[in-house]
Write a protein that binds this ligand. Structure first.
Ligand SMILES: Cc1ncc(COP(=O)(O)O)c(C=O)c1O
Length: 422
């Protein structure tokens, strides 16, 4: 038995799905100890948008360490933090006219969501957060309350309170629903909030992913998201967008909501923000809300990691030049072309934006088999959605084109085998 089986917690998950020991990685490839190469269409659950060991980032990190740059600093001011913040302001905030401040939190997405929920409650003096069916926001108690999946919720051990789950308004007919049902729900909610005898309190915030990643690659309908923002404004609640997995270029633009008509009060970022898998999480918060924090009230030892500022700063260069985002759009078309035979199958739905594509095959066991067979053929990918029935494709945005074709070829032939069709 290996040390992993003997001594690693029973909690381990991905090492069971990919039963090998990885040793090296470069861009869209991971290599195991036996020298077998795997194409990575999983990207660390959406962390590695710019590839494994992106050489521009690793050399910047080496230079920083060799120059004795400060590695750990709590939330003290450092030269590298200033460089990151100034670049983020120039590249992301100013072009969008966003007045938001940067709040660094402990380096996981869940911590960003916790902080956002806490602040919304502080700002409004209300308790309830409205989250959405199939949403995923993290594993700590606050964010877990907003996460919809019952498997994860069941591990909480205490009641998950102060969050109300409502239908998500998808652009596609995911999970048998459609945007109309989301819009109708918003109308019902508005009526309830406006009726002082409904027994329903107004919420502190609406917390939403524009593209639900773990929930099954469900894309918000722009009309629904605008209506959600209108409702938030009408009832004096904050709009929090969780862009932890769909942001940082994944959908062909820095934010997943760049082509939506929304102006979120808080944006939660993590995962790809650190560039090369170096952990960091940050909330973008409108100043009038941020003013409600008192110094150090949501503290943490690891806030704003220096190496993440180094690599994350390099990652921002990908957004000063249109080349990578243009490539994401081109690669989207390539991926969709490979998947075109799936359109003839009534039980399969292909949906996605940029380089986050979901293949809903409607059956979790079959999806598990697809993941297993892809692994055997040297391709890493994951399943998501209700019962794990959606195959999610999220290769690094920087993947070489021939690797993209090769990986898509494996996906399609394994799907044909498992579905006994196409
Ligand atoms: C949309 C979204 N929010 C929050 C999280 C939680 O992030 P973390 O696992 O870093 O806590 C995730 C993780 O997959 C996510 O996809």
């Amino acid at each position: 038995m290996s040390i992993f089986e003997l001594r690693e917690s029973n909690l381990r998950g991905y090492s069971r799905i990919y039963p090998t020991v990885f040793d090296k990685a470069i861009n869209a490839k991971q290599i195991d100890e036996n020298g077998k190469e795997y194409l990575d269409f999983f990207s660390g659950a959406g962390v590695l948008n710019f590839g494994h060991n992106n050489p521009r980032m690793t050399s910047a990190i080496i230079d920083y360490i060799q120059g004795n740059g400060v590695l750990h600093s709590l939330d003290m001011s450092t030269t590298i933090k200033r460089q990151f913040m100034e670049k983020f302001e120039e590249v992301v905030l100013k072009p969008r006219d966003m007045p938001h401040r940067m709040q660094f939190v402990g380096p996981t997405g869940t911590n960003a969501v916790e902080a956002a929920m806490k602040l919304a409650r502080r700002v409004t003096g209300r308790q309830e957060i409205v989250a959405f069916h199939h949403g995923f926001h993290g594993m700590t108690l606050g964010s877990l309350a907003a996460t919809a999946n019952s498997y994860f919720r069941g591990a909480a051990g205490v009641p998950l309170n102060h969050v109300r789950h409502q239908p998500f308004g998808c652009i596609t007919r995911c999970h048998g629903c459609h945007s109309e049902c989301g819009l109708n729900t918003l109308k019902q909610l508005a009526d309830q909030y406006n009726d002082s005898s409904s027994g329903i309190d107004k919420p502190a915030a609406f917390l939403v992913e524009v593209i639900q990643a773990e929930g099954g690659v469900n894309i918000a309908d722009p009309a629904w998201l605008s209506a959600l923002q209108d409702l938030a404004r009408e009832v004096g609640a904050l709009l929090i967008i969780d862009d932890i997995q769909a942001g940082m270029g994944r959908t062909g633009s820095f934010f997943s909501f760049d082509d939506y008509d929304v102006d979120p009060d808080i944006v939660c970022l993590a995962k790809g923000l650190g560039g090369v898998g170096t952990p960091i999480a940050m909330n973008l918060v409108k100043p009038e809300h941020d003013d409600h924090w008192n110094p150090g009230e949501h503290t943490g030892t690891f806030r704003g990691q220096s190496l993440s500022f180094v690599a994350g700063g390099v990652a921002l260069d990908y957004f000063t030049d249109p080349a990578l985002m243009d490539q994401v759009k081109r690669y989207h078309d390539i991926m969709m072309q490979h998947l075109s035979p799936m359109h003839s199958l009534p039980s399969v739905q292909v949906r996605g934006k940029g380089m986050m594509i979901g293949i809903d095959i409607g059956d979790g066991d079959k999806a598990k088999e697809v993941v297993k067979q892809c692994f055997e053929h040297g391709l890493l990918l994951g399943a998501c959605g209700t019962g794990g029935r959606v195959i999610k494709l999220i290769p690094p945005l920087t993947i070489e084109e021939d690797n993209l074709h090769e990986g898509m070829g494996i996906v399609v032939s394994v799907l044909a085998n498992v579905l006994e069709a196409v």
